[in-house]
Design a protein around this ligand. Structure first.
Ligand code: IPE
Ligand code: IPE
Ligand code: MG
Length: 241
């Protein structure tokens, strides 16, 4: 795969943890734990392949509607993940960002997120955004509120600059595991021109080979951004020459 065929920014809706566990007669949280292992492997695989930005959907604004025990297990898992993974990510040159509404999280969790972000702030091999208590509509609304508070006009540029992912370019490829074909309120603004890839694989089973399949599928696509196919191939030929 030529480097320009590798997506700069990959975003993933990590879905199917619960089903993975249920099929094995395990509690749903066992699926979330296994999903964490899949995520650590995926981060490594992404930087090995030359992906520069990885954004994952870990907990949506709608996931609060789940049974209370599952929500609290997910919060605990976040704390465990921070303790276990941050030193490893740091050693691998990964810079961590948490994206989402932190106001609903406990003070302890919030402190953990800030600490993890500052511990990895000087890394640049891979920018890794973890969307936690994130919703695409929340993001658009908070950006609009910030722009308005700054007495600026609402334009595509001013909104983009106020979005929670303003520190990275828009995703090139959005992957959703678990067989559902929907965005579930993920990156509504930023995914405007992303290539979408859906796989039946459940998130805990999403390994390096599965990521390579998604990257290969992406490499075969023609991104036109509204232009004609002829315009795109002419521009590409000029770039190669
Ligand atoms: C995704 O897996 C993880 C979170 C939403 C936290 P699910 O928990 O949604 O798994 P399924 O869809 O029930 O299998
Ligand atoms: C989307 O998965 C959210 C995350 C992966 C964190 P869900 O499992 O919550 O999505 P829906 O409810 O099936 O659309
Ligand atoms: Mg799900």
């Amino acid at each position: 795969m030529t480097p320009d065929r590798i997506p700069h920014h990959v975003a993933i809706v990590m879905d199917g943890n619960g089903r993975w566990a249920t099929r094995r007669y395990l509690p749903r949280i066992a699926g979330h734990k296994k999903g964490m292992d899949a995520l650590s492997a995926c981060v490594r695989h992404c930087h090995d392949r030359g992906v520069k930005v990885l954004t994952v959907f870990a907990f949506s604004s709608e996931n609060w509607k789940r049974p209370r025990e599952e929500v609290s297990s997910l919060m605990e898992l976040l704390a465990v993940a921070l303790a276990r993974e941050v030193p490893r990510l740091n050693a691998e040159g990964v810079r961590l960002f948490f994206v989402g509404d932190r106001s609903a999280l406990s003070a302890k969790v919030r402190a953990g997120l800030t600490k993890a972000e500052s511990a990895t702030a000087s890394n640049s091999r891979l920018l890794f955004n973890v969307c936690f208590n994130y919703g695409g509509r929340w993001d658009i609304a908070q950006a609009a509120a910030r722009v308005t508070a700054g007495k600026e006009a609402i334009t595509e540029e001013s909104l983009s600059a106020a979005m929670a992912l303003a520190h990275v370019p828009d995703p090139d490829l959005v992957i959703r595991t678990g067989g559902e074909r929907r965005l579930s309120n993920f990156l509504l603004w930023q995914a405007a021109y992303a290539e979408l890839y859906f796989t039946e694989k459940l998130w805990p089973e999403f390994d390096g080979a599965a990521l390579d399949d998604a990257l290969a599928d992406y490499a075969r696509r023609e991104r036109r951004f509204g232009k004609t196919s002829e315009q795109v191939s002419t521009a590409l030929a000029k770039k190669v020459a």
